[in-house]
Design a protein around this ligand. Structure first.
Ligand SMILES: [Zn+2]
Length: 72
């Protein structure tokens, strides 16, 4: 997975928040190690409306990244 803004490497991690409001939320997503851009399945769905990303987006991106690495 490369950053859509600067094309740098993105780390897959979990984001946690909302605890001070009496409830917590957590989701997994990608964060750019260079510019801090965050991309998660919900953002991708809102921005791009790609139905294919609604199931296991991490596996799709991991396979895509491997292919890119070998090609380069
Ligand atoms: Zn970036």
């Amino acid at each position: 997975m490369n950053c859509p803004k600067c094309r740098s490497t993105m780390n897959y991690e979990s984001f946690i928040g909302g605890e001070q409001k009496g409830f917590a939320w957590v989701y997994d997503g990608w964060r750019c190690v260079y510019c801090g851009e965050v991309v998660d399945p919900l953002i991708l769905r809102n921005r791009m409306r790609m139905r294919a990303l609604e199931t296991k987006p991490n596996r799709v991106h991991a396979g895509h990244f491997d292919a890119e690495t070998k090609a380069a």
